[in-house]
Structures are given as C-alpha cells and as structure tokens.
Design a protein around this ligand. Structure first.
Ligand SMILES: NC(=O)c1ccc[n+]([C@@H]2O[C@H](COP(=O)([O-])OP(=O)(O)OC[C@H]3O[C@@H](n4cnc5c(N)ncnc54)[C@H](O)[C@@H]3O)[C@@H](O)[C@H]2O)c1
Length: 210
C-alpha cells in the first residue's frame, strides 16, 4: 500500500495501459482519476474497477481532452474539489497512425504531436496539476515508448512524437525538481492493448483514431 492518501490522475486511463495503471494504483491505496477523451470508455472503466472491488469513493471518471487547456482546467478543478488536489500525474494518453513517410498527412502529423507531445508537455508545465508548482512531492510520469528510441518506416511521426516525450521528460525533470516535483518517463515495448491491436491489423492509413 505505497500510495495511501495519494490522488493519481491517469490521462488516457479508460483502457489499455492506463486502465492497468489505474487498477494497480488502487491496489496500492491511491484515489484514482480516470481522465480520458472517450466518455463511454470512462464509464466502462469505472464500472470495471468497481466490479474488481475498488471502492466507489476512490474512483473518479472525468472527460478530458489533453489538447484543450480549458478541458484540462475543468478536470483539475473537478479533481481538486473532490479529492483536494493531485499528487501523481500519469501522462499516458496518446494516438497512433501508420503510414509510409511519403504518405503522412499534415493532419495526422499535427494530431499525433498535439496529443502525444504537446498534450503531455503543457499539462505539467502549466503548473495547474500541482497548485502552480507549490505542492512539493508531486510525481509526473510520462509515457514514452521504445518507438521514441529508434525510427520505424511506418510509424515515423509516432516515433518522433515519443522521442520528443523522452527529451521533454528529461528537461522537465531538471527544471521542476526545484518545485519538489519529480518527473520520470516509461518507455515500454509492445503491450497488448487496443492501440497495439490496431497496429497489427493496420495497413498504412492516414486517418487518426483514438
Ligand atoms: N501498447 C503498446 O504496445 C505501447 C508501447 C509503448 C508505449 N505505449 C504508450 O502507452 C500509452 C498507452 O497506450 P495504450 O496501448 O494503452 O493505448 P490505447 O490506445 O489503448 O489507449 C489510449 C487512451 O488514450 C485516450 N486518448 C486519446 N486521445 C486523447 C486525448 N486527446 N485526451 C485524453 N485521452 C485521450 C484514448 O481514448 C484511450 O483510452 C500511450 O502513451 C502509448 O503511446 C504503448
């Protein structure tokens, strides 16, 4: 029970790795906020967590678009009202497209960088999650990927967005430590989730999906 009395917000927490993190954090005693763009998936995730025996008062589902500052502000406000603040922020939301380099569309490029990189960076840098940086002991965990450590012919933009996540994690860690906030990244290999299943059945596409 390492997380008793801690509140953790998990972006993209409604399925896949985010939902698994939510489950594990609850098992460690945390209060968990499942923050996701997919309202139906949030409701399903909250019901799943409750069915697994996690107490209703420890689980909160909130609609969030990490690309929209007003949505972030509203989520922080709702979580602060219910749980008093945020101790752990897991920046996990991401999207993924496949296309050969010469077929990448500007729309796909912008969407992947908007969600995976900008959506991850402006959240903590805005300070909103941690009372303007005054709440010492906060933790930020950014979800990078092994894809950020090397190029891939069919997922060039996703790889680049995750390389940027690794770099921004390092810079944020060096800067935010003066506020007592610890920043780390995780770079997983392949994990069997909806995102991974999409990639295995994908022929190159140019359409962005959640
Ligand atoms: N699955 C893998 O093999 C793998 C490997 C390495 C890294 N990762 C990373 O792990 C994280 C989770 O991946 P996953 O496989 O569970 O993905 P997933 O697609 O299963 O889940 C991603 C979640 O993010 C949400 N989301 C998308 N856009 C959003 C937005 N704008 N605002 C808020 N939420 C949004 C989706 O609704 C979804 O619930 C991602 O950052 C991904 O890049 C995954």
């Amino acid at each position: 029970m390492k997380l008793i009395d801690k509140t953790a917000v998990i972006t993209g927490g409604a399925r896949g790795i985010g939902l698994a993190i939510a489950q594990r954090y609850l098992s460690e005693g945390a209060r968990v906020v499942v923050a996701d763009i997919d309202r139906a998936a949030i409701d399903e995730a909250v019901a799943t967590l409750q069915k697994l025996g996690h107490a209703d008062e420890k689980v909160m589902g909130v609609a969030l678009n990490v690309c929209d500052q007003s949505s972030i502000d509203a989520m922080v406000e709702a979580v602060t009202q219910r749980f008093g603040g945020i101790d752990v922020l897991v920046n996990n939301a991401a999207v993924f497209d496949m296309a050969p380099v010469l077929e990448v569309t500007e729309e796909s490029f912008d969407k992947q960088f908007a969600v995976n990189t900008k959506g991850m960076f402006f959240y903590p840098a805005g300070g909103c999650a941690f009372d303007g940086g005054t709440r010492a002991g906060g933790k930020i965990i950014n979800m990078a990927s092994q894809a950020g450590r090397r190029g891939e012919a069919l997922v060039s933009v996703y790889c680049a967005s995750k390389a940027a996540v690794i770099s921004l994690t390092q810079s944020s860690g060096l800067d935010l430590i003066k506020h007592g906030i610890n920043v780390n990244g995780i770079a997983p290999g392949v994990v069997d989730t909806p995102m991974w299943r999409k990639s295995t059945r994908c022929l190159p596409v140019t359409k962005t999906a959640h």
